[in-house]
Write a protein that binds this ligand. Sequence first.
Ligand code: ASP
Ligand code: MG
Length: 422
Amino acid sequence: MQIYKFGGGSLIDPKSIEQAIKIVNNIHNEPTLIVISAFAKTTNALENILLLARDNQDFSNDLLNLKKFHENIASYFFNNLDHPVFSDINQCFQQLEHALYNYKNWEYDIHYDATISYGEILSTTILHYIFDSFHIPNVLLDARDIIITDTQHRDAIINWDLTNKMIDEKVKPLLQNNNLFLTQGFIGRSIDGYVSTLGREGSDFSAAIFANCLDAKAITIWKDVPGIFNANPKLFKNAVLLHHIDYKEAFTLAYYGATVLHPKTIKPLQSKKIKLFVKDFYNPTLDGTLIDDITSDDEHIPSLIIKSDQVLISIAPKNLLSLNENDLSLIFYTFADLNIRINLMQLDAFNFYVCINNDIAKLPILINKLNESFNTDLTYNLSLVTITYYDKSNFDVLKNSKIFIEQINDNVKQCLVDRINL
Ligand code: ASP
Ligand code: MG
């Protein structure tokens, strides 16, 4: 058994779907489950529509454009408008519109999952029909019946026992008579029955969950780049491809923000020693990057990771001069309660500094809570630069940047800066 994952960066139009078909046609007899994300920028488009809906603004045009985008892809492959793909797309958009209007009073995170998940439902529904039309028999599995999570919506935690049970009951029996399966990445269902999602770009993680539960031999993530580089190859011409790295190195890169892999992807693979390939969607015969538990020379190549749109929050006491342990405990509790990840932090005599992603939904809530007990000051539009094996690195991106906070640990150097020298 092997797992493939096609992401929204690869599946952007009919031509790219033809490329996916070529890749699938090259599978020889190996039972394969393909995990699929929403097409192109659909998830971003849905997020915008949701914000409009919750703000009681008119979103009909945006919704119509998104519908046309999906219909155009389908009509490239099907010229008969009576084909069921069109009624399925229509039905999805009706359900989506209903959810946008009628669940506005729901908590944001639950409403988010109930609506944003349609991106993956649409892409898999359409691909299922397209594969059929190319005589590629396939079974479409609904991840909402299989991937079971807790109720931490928008960033749900997997319930491994129930997910394994669902895979045993709903997927394994189908393996005897079928060779190809499609399912959605990113989405699942919470134990109380609502649709849940696993965090932005979470489809890689979905692929790893299926790989773990199905004891797959390998997983291949097909990307619009030839593999994992030591810096973003779209920004840095001298970036080098990492041919072979171990799980720990891959996790390090993902943890610090290399967008090529979701950080949660590694653990389910490492625990069962499942190989992970990151390969070029348009050049499938190239080797790409292999990640397993064998260390190699690639491991000590310095890497550069840039996380943009960071916010620095300085937190100071209201009356006292300096923060005490109880203050710190309250600060950490506030972040944990809102499930906000801290990317970098620092304490000095007067302030506690925290760097986080600019989450427009959570940031105002966080600041209101903190302001009940502390004084806060915010700096926006910063970038967090991480360099691994920095002593050997010759990346020169910090020239003329103002450094707000920095940290050196082990082989890793991190700086929060106002600008990057590209
Ligand atoms: N479609 C989701 C997103 O864009 C999940 C994914 O692409 O992995 O975040
Ligand atoms: Mg996506």
